[in-house]
Design a protein around this ligand. Structure first.
Ligand SMILES: C[S@@+](CC[C@H](N)C(=O)[O-])C[C@H]1O[C@@H](n2cnc3c(N)ncnc32)[C@H](O)[C@@H]1O
Length: 271
């Protein structure tokens, strides 16, 4: 790939999704965009790049942006953020919200739904104690394709074997041919909406717990700081933030502090 083509694509991706690509990632552009160029009827990647250069085709730009996102996810990923939610955060929140009986959770880069559905299953397990509670799980992502898959809730054998305890599979999924579909009651607990973290999310209101996992790793430092400081503004003062195993607030955003001894869990600084 010519250096000017790399500049064009990486600049566009940075602006549209925050993805910061270093020059050693040319192979990633080539491996992900070559199939897209074929699918869109171009003669190859050079042709696709020419189109980007001469025409402002919004649909093509969106397809390129979505093709470059990494959507890997699995149920109860890294287990600790879900154990902590079940054993520490949820009991604390049910105490603190005993008056309003309302809890709002946001999965800010939800991909194909395994993260919000893992939380929905935990909440469902607590149903007996939380009967008259209003629980909202909002799941957002930049990519419409992954959100569509999440809404349908159909997963392959491989996907349900990654992280999902067998008892949960039996209890909450139905086999559909070679796939497994998560039950409609669990699906109904999650609301999916497209949302780009680079754009304003003030309108979402305030949350009691935010999962923003395995997305900040793709951003540069100023973008991480900007997204985190805006996430803080839509969290209650006693809310919990969960980041991915390779992510931290330290040295990035001083609105949060790590919760001592609880890996991946952050509270609001000064609270
Ligand atoms: C690796 S997945 C993480 C999924 C899940 N949070 C987890 O940890 O398993 C990263 C997701 O971030 C989304 N993403 C990337 N850039 C984004 C942006 N600027 N705004 C919102 N979502 C974005 C991608 O579409 C992708 O689905």
């Amino acid at each position: 790939m010519k250096p000017e083509d790399f500049q064009l694509l990486s600049g566009m991706l940075k602006e549209r999704s925050g993805l910061a690509l270093s020059e050693d990632k040319v192979y990633l552009l080539e491996s992900r965009l070559t199939p897209l160029s074929r699918k869109r009827g171009f003669d190859g990647l050079d042709d696709l790049i020419r189109e980007v250069r001469v025409r402002h085709d919004e649909v093509l730009m969106r397809d390129i942006t979505e093709a470059m996102t990494t959507n890997e996810s699995f149920f109860f990923r890294d287990s600790t953020p879900f154990d902590l939610f079940r054993d520490k955060v949820l009991p604390r929140l049910t105490g603190a919200r005993a008056q309003t009986r309302k809890i709002r959770i946001w999965c800010a880069a939800a991909s194909t739904g395994q993260e919000p559905y893992s939380l929905a299953m935990i909440l469902s397990e607590n149903q007996a104690r939380m009967k008259d509670w209003r629980i909202e799980i909002l799941a957002t992502d930049l990519s419409n394709d992954v959100l569509q898959k999440a809404r349908v809730g159909l997963y392959s054998q491989f996907e349900v074997q990654r992280g999902l305890p067998i008892q949960m599979l039996v209890k909450y999924f139905t086999q559909v041919g070679e796939m497994w579909q998560i039950d409609s009651a669990i699906r109904a607990m999650v609301t999916y909406k497209p949302l780009n973290l680079l754009e304003s999310f003030d309108h979402l209101g305030r949350f009691d717990a935010v999962y923003c996992r395995n997305v900040l790793i793709y951003f540069d430092q100023p973008t991480k700081a900007d997204v985190l400081s805006r996430i803080r503004k839509c969290m209650q003062d006693d809310a919990a933030l969960f980041l991915g195993a390779a992510e931290t607030v330290l040295g990035v955003c001083d609105s949060f502090k790590p919760v001592s001894g609880e890996r991946g869990l952050y509270g609001i600084a000064g609270q």
